[in-house]
Design a protein around this ligand. Structure first.
Ligand SMILES: Cc1ncc(COP(=O)(O)O)c(C=O)c1O
Length: 404
């Protein structure tokens, strides 16, 4: 099944609410959790693979000729926990800093003691802005906030570092490039402001991206000609790491590639970067039984057994982040073998078809995705059409995260 990020964005992107970043748990090889865990040993958990993260950052750095990397860790660190991911990435010299969308995520990075630069891509009010500046969090600016920045800088007795966001055609946030001059000149002229960066976002339409890059570089060059320093210019997300080497500019801004997942299936065999998934979703089988020919499974009897067949029930559903479309072709790995998801994915369960033999028992380890060929997030995406972004970012923030 062909899947791309863009086709999923068309259908809307629901983001999970991060209530609390689940703590990293010590890894145990047995079924049982750490003594403090309130999770059943069957409940799903998310694994984060440190070594793969390190490898991916080095691959990106090689690809971009050692330009600094602004790591996008929004949406609960792409499902891995925003402070987990930042703590693992911070020691890597290739990482310049972090970008998040939600104000509370930016604050949680400082609360957790992270020290590298943090860029807040999302919205804030004046009080948020003051709190952010006090915690050394840089705002991304594209509206006439000069007077507010002056007030805050006066109170803080220091200029405010910020990045300018210029819209070159995505139509989302950012001042339109053809109307940017008054805002940029106004901000740059204020003593309260230190422009440390200028950024844009591609639509990831390969042809239009070229036009967007032209608009951005020409706009920036015109300001620089006037003597306005823009700091680091950045635009490239994971897509551009593969598609547009000329967009690497002064710094790159990937998310998904850091987590070892090809954002588009077409990039997998390209040989441009060797990405290794740094995230797995696992649980344990809670029940196995034999259905008789004609028996149903799932709500609305979405599945009807054509013959006697063994099925296994897994405690993972769409409320955990396992997408409903998984029932349209995804497979789950149990004891090294892949079994198709059948019937429908309900809030807390899904069912796999095991076959005519009783191969699976309660407590067996079930892997929904991991870093192995055949069960990577991209394989799930290919098989059922779930976006890799949904597979990671929609993982319930309350699932335990184990750092391996
Ligand atoms: C402004 C911005 N930059 C960079 C990224 C990183 O994108 P990706 O995860 O595709 O690398 C995102 C994520 O969607 C974004 O919103």
């Amino acid at each position: 099944m062909k899947s791309s990020r863009r086709s999923f964005l068309k259908t809307g992107l629901a983001l999970p609410v991060v209530l609390k970043t689940a703590p990293a748990l010590a890894v145990t090889s047995s079924v049982s959790e750490s003594p403090d865990s309130k999770d059943s040993s069957f409940d799903p958990w998310v694994e984060i693979h440190k070594e793969n993260l390190r490898h991916n950052v080095q691959e990106i750095s090689r690809r971009v000729a050692a330009r600094p990397i602004l790591a996008v860790i929004k949406n609960n660190g792409y499902g891995m926990g925003v402070t987990n991911i930042a703590s693992l990435l911070e020691p890597q010299p290739e990482i310049f800093g972090f970008a998040v969308v939600k104000f509370h995520e930016a604050m949680s990075l400082r609360d957790a003691g992270l020290r590298k630069p943090v860029l807040l891509l999302g919205p804030f009010d004046e009080k948020n802005l003051e709190d952010a500046v006090a915690r050394n969090i840089m705002p991304m600016i594209y509206t006439p906030l000069g007077p507010a920045l002056d007030k805050i800088a006066t109170r803080m007795q220091k200029p405010i570092p910020l990045h300018l966001c210029i819209d070159t055609g995505i139509g989302r946030v950012g001042v339109p490039y053809h109307q940017a001059a008054p805002l940029v000149r106004d901000l740059a002229a204020r003593k309260s402001v230190q422009v440390q960066g200028a950024m844009m976002t591609f639509t990831e339409d390969p042809e239009f991206d070229k036009e967007q890059l032209r608009r951005f570089t020409e706009t920036c060059a015109a300001f620089e000609k006037e003597g306005i320093a823009l700091g680091k210019k950045h635009a490239a997300s994971s897509f551009s790491l593969f598609q547009h080497p000329d967009s690497f500019l002064d710094m790159v801004r990937p998310g998904m590639a850091i987590y070892g997942i090809y954002s588009e299936n077409q990039f997998r065999g390209s040989g441009i970067m060797d990405l290794r998934p740094a995230i797995s979703l696992k649980a344990r089988v809670i029940y196995a039984k034999k259905l008789r020919k004609g028996d149903g499974a799932g709500y609305n009897r979405a599945y009807l057994a054509k013959d006697d067949v063994w099925v296994a029930t897994l405690p993972v559903g769409h409320a955990d982040g396992w997408p409903r479309v998984a029932a349209k072709g995804a497979k789950v790995k149990i004891n090294g073998e892949l079994f198709p998801v059948i019937a429908s994915v309900s809030a807390s369960h899904c069912i796999v078809e095991v076959g005519s033999e009783e191969k699976i028992k309660i407590g067996d380890l079930a892997t929904f995705f991991d870093g192995q060929p055949g069960s990577r997030p991209e394989d799930v995406s290919e098989s059922c059409g779930a976006s890799v972004y949904d597979l990671t970012m929609h993982l319930n923030p309350l699932l335990p995260r184990r750092i391996l």
